[in-house]
Design a binder for this molecule. Structure first.
Ligand code: PLP
Length: 363
């Protein structure tokens, strides 16, 4: 049996009729950019995450870039973030003209550790980006407590956690700004690229609507520096609207898969737990020799991946980062993780197959 790490044709085929109807609606309307589908999706997303505004953009990285730009307000300040979340926040911060500084993560869930954040703050810091990594919603109340009174803007990266929640509420409504990606493999995926930013701050929302379109306040009138062209197109917005109602059932299925893996795993493999509010984006395990586990599973046709193999501060392109403090947890975990197949269309027999092979792993 082959178990692919992802198979987007399954959802695309299953939802073909609805997707084609959405696409046909846009084609017939003749309105392809900044039209009623994007506006409709923006209000549905804002309502879903309990924010006053959502602003559709072209992808999740530009959502981060524009969120950082709107928050930094031209100060070229420092963005503090974790180094284990794929580098997107670093790409975005640098595109926004900011410096980056890293904060270590906690050993349980590998999210930015509020206990280590204070040591990274000074007057240069204008923005903190917290990623809800793998679908686990971070404790932003603890983060807010640390940054309180410093004028720092908090951004939550919800690219892996749409639909997730914690005791405070749903991801996307917990910080000053929240960013989303609708890359096809995300929990809410487009059939191409897409992204969005949510906020309940009217001024930030106005700035974002200008920044995503050249810095215009009205047509051909550029009022804000730093604008780009980053729009969510009508075709993608229409597809996202048809898929939005499926999101929560999909997330529940993802959580069930992660729990099945946790029940089956031997003591040498720790499956990162999926509690009730977990969005279940990735099924990540921690083990001494992830390569050996990957090879063991690959022998039985099971594909795996690593999220993510290289901390940002060790990326070749970013060796100018002048100062990186010790990151013991990031360093210790980066060579110990492996992601197993996890998506709603995974079949029961495939989940069982992964569980059986996992259970017999001796490593
Ligand atoms: C996918 C992802 C992004 C980037 O989204 P794109 O739409 O691919 O630009 C940002 N942050 C995280 C945590 C992601 O997983």
């Amino acid at each position: 049996m082959k178990v692919p790490f992802n198979d987007l044709s399954r959802s695309a085929t299953g939802e073909r009729v609805a997707i084609e109807a959405a696409l046909a609606r846009v084609v017939q309307s003749g309105w392809f950019v900044m039209g009623p589908e994007m506006k409709g999706f923006e209000s549905e997303l804002a309502e879903f995450v309990d924010a006053r505004h959502a602003v559709g953009v072209a992808n999740g990285t530009e959502a981060l870039q524009l969120a950082i730009r709107a928050a930094d307000r031209g100060r070229a300040g420092t963005v503090v973030t974790a180094a284990n979340a794929g580098g997107y926040a670093t790409v975005a911060a640098r595109s926004a003209g900011c410096s980056v500084r890293y904060c270590d993560v906690d050993p349980d869930g590998f999210l930015l550790d509020p206990r280590r954040l204070a040591g990274q703050l000074d007057e240069d810091v204008t923005v903190v980006v917290v990623t809800h990594l793998y679908g686990r919603v971070a404790n932003l109340a603890a983060i807010r407590e640390v940054i309180e009174g410093r004028g720092i803007i908090l951004v939550e990266d919800c690219a892996q956690a749409i639909g997730g929640w914690n005791s405070e509420g749903r991801a996307g409504g917990l910080a000053d700004l929240a960013t989303f990606s609708f890359y096809p493999t995300k929990n809410l995926g487009a059939i191409g690229d897409g992204g969005a930013i949510a906020t309940s701050d009217d001024a930030l929302a106005d700035a974002l609507r200008s920044l995503r379109q050249y810095g215009w306040t009205e047509r051909y009138s550029v009022a804000i520096e730093g604008g780009i062209n980053s729009r969510l197109d009508e075709l993608q917005a229409a597809v996202l609207r048809t898929r939005m109602p499926l999101l929560e059932a999909g997330n529940a299925r993802r959580r069930d898969i992660i729990r099945a893996y946790a029940d089956a795993a031997p003591s040498s493999v720790r499956v990162l737990p999926a509690d009730a509010g977990h969005a279940g984006h990735l099924a990540v395990v921690e083990t001494d020799n992830p390569r050996m586990l990957a090879d063991h599973l690959a022998e039985d046709g099971i594909q795996t991946a690593v999220h993510f193999p290289t901390p940002d501060y060790r990326q070749k392109a970013w060796q100018d980062l002048s100062f990186v403090s010790r990151m013991p947890v990031t360093e210790a975990t980066v060579g110990r993780i492996l992601s197993l197949p996890c998506y709603p269309e995974l079949r029961d027999e495939e989940v069982r197959h992964v569980c059986e092979r996992l259970a017999e792993y001796a490593g």
